[in-house]
Design a protein around this ligand. Structure first.
Ligand code: BG6
Length: 468
């Protein structure tokens, strides 16, 4: 794999560039990992100076949120590496200008941080000026809107680029806490022997956000929770948690195992999926007055393979929920005999492994330990690790993804067969969505979703204290 020698960024005036990409480039500059220039392509008629101001203010904003100082030296070095090419994406001249701007560079990474509807047009524009010959093209999610549109998009992109030059982003694959699922399972001897239907009673994956659609009404109303985060982020977490061990840590071996797992996930039936919409969503800017788009979704899945047959896996995600958390809870069965329980109608809490993949990422193990005093009873204790405290700060997902694209490593990107398989799981649900149920801001979604897990969603660790 050769290192790319230039980065081209389409969509440089968009939200993703502002919130994630410029701050990631700054961090890469700070660690000396960004050795290449960045050419941004944008349709806004900005001067170079205005563009640099925009990049710099987005980095300052991000640093303020993190309560970290901005290193002016690093920022200036980054700004010196940024160049703007102005032009409409539909205008062939834009691509000629871009080609001229990057003449002499041999291996570009071209990042399409643009609306998915423009992927093919822009790639065609790049092909017309022969920029696709060697380029790695990074496309953002969602890849398509459903199975058939993803197949169409794939077919049109494949006419212009081979699979090994396409890098499909799912930024959850850039998260160290998500990658840790593999390390936890396959770098330790302790858990893998019990990681199956014989010992695990159920798995619960929650991605909840206490904020709404944050001015992204035009985008979100066309997409909804299932397409926005379930088909991609949550299925990635699910496959890392449940896949078989890959034969090695190559991209190919990993993708093969993920595909096998996703192919065993039972197709979802519309009536089994609980869809919710928060009260007030219809008043958001960019949202249709009679919108039927879900801002919450919950479901029970089964993986019909040898390891997981019969183990229910619950997923839920929503906007404007009680709190922001991203976690997977693996709940174990009770021991075969209750030797420490005085009251047979009240069983001790089951063992739980909770993977926290949000901002304060880490792992909690919930175990039973002998209670103090004379009685032979037990209490629940939590063993908690915060990765930042134990191991040092993690890198942001987009830094790792940009770095991987520059290096030409597909490990942290999705492969088309798995993308199509993940759409296939929800094909019927997307064709005939179930009825929407309202829920209030600050809740855990519609009542029905709370009853989905017999005995309720697991409570363990600080993050879930308020979960019913
Ligand atoms: C994005 C979705 O892909 O992921 C957003 O479009 C969502 O709606 C975001 O808020 C969550 O990402 P993270 O990294 O904050 O968990």
């Amino acid at each position: 794999m050769s290192r790319a020698d230039v980065l081209v960024l389409f969509g440089a005036t968009g939200d993703l560039a502002k919130k994630k990409l410029f701050p990631a480039l700054y961090e890469m500059e700070a660690t000396g990992e960004l050795e290449i220039p960045v050419f941004a392509v944008a349709s806004s008629k900005w001067t170079q100076e205005e563009f640099k101001m925009r990049a710099s203010s987005s980095i300052r904003e991000r640093k303020e949120v993190l309560e970290e100082p901005v290193d002016e030296d690093v920022l200036n070095k980054l700004l010196d590496k940024l160049f703007l090419v102005v032009g409409d994406y539909k205008d062939p001249l834009t691509f000629t200008k871009l080609r001229e701007a990057i003449t002499g560079f041999k291996l570009p990474v071209i990042y399409l941080a643009i609306t998915p509807g423009m992927f093919t047009d822009v790639t065609q524009g790049l092909a017309n000026v022969n920029l696709t010959a060697s380029a790695r093209v990074v496309v953002e999610k969602p890849f398509g809107r459903d199975l058939s549109s993803a197949i169409d998009l794939d077919e049109s992109l494949k006419k212009l680029l081979p699979e090994d030059q396409i890098y499909r982003i799912d930024h959850y694959l850039g998260k160290e806490s998500v990658e840790d699922l593999l390390a936890f399972r396959f770098a330790n001897t302790l858990f893998e022997p019990v990681w199956n239907r014989n010992y695990i009673s159920n798995i619960q994956i929650t991605m909840s956000e206490d904020f709404g659609i944050e001015g992204r009404g035009n985008f979100y109303d066309e997409v909804g929770a299932l397409r926005d985060v379930v088909q991609n982020h949550l299925l990635q977490v699910l496959s890392m948690l449940t896949m078989e061990p890959p034969i090695d840590m190559s991209s190919r071996a990993l993708q093969d195992e993920k595909l096998k797992t996703l192919s065993s996930v039972r197709k979802q039936i519309p009536d089994d999926v609980i869809r919710g919409q928060y009260v007030g969503y219809l008043d958001e800017t960019g949202v249709a007055k009679n919108s039927q788009t879900e801002t919450f979704i919950a479901m029970k899945l089964y993986i019909d393979n040898w390891r997981w047959a019969g183990v229910p896996i619950y997923l839920r995600t929503g906007k404007k929920m009680a709190e922001t958390t991203m976690e997977a809870v693996v709940e174990f069965k009770q021991p075969p005999r209750q030797l420490f329980s005085l009251n047979s109608s009240k069983l001790p809490d089951p063992n739980i492994v909770r993977f926290r993949m949000g901002r304060h990422d880490g792992v909690d193990l919930s175990l039973q330990a002998k209670s103090p005093g004379y009685a032979l009873t037990t209490n629940t204790i939590d063993l908690t690790v915060e990765f930042a405290a134990a191991l040092g700060e993690r890198k942001e997902a987009y830094e790792r993804l940009l770095d991987a694209a520059i290096l030409g490593d597909h490990f942290r990107f999705t492969r088309i067969d798995a993308v199509l398989q993940s759409w296939a799981i929800f094909d019927d649900v997307l064709k005939a969505p179930s009825k929407l149920q309202p829920y209030f801001e600050g809740s855990w979604g519609p009542d029905e979703a709370q009853e989905l897990v017999p005995g309720g969603w697991a409570i363990c660790g600080k993050a879930a204290d308020k979960s019913p």
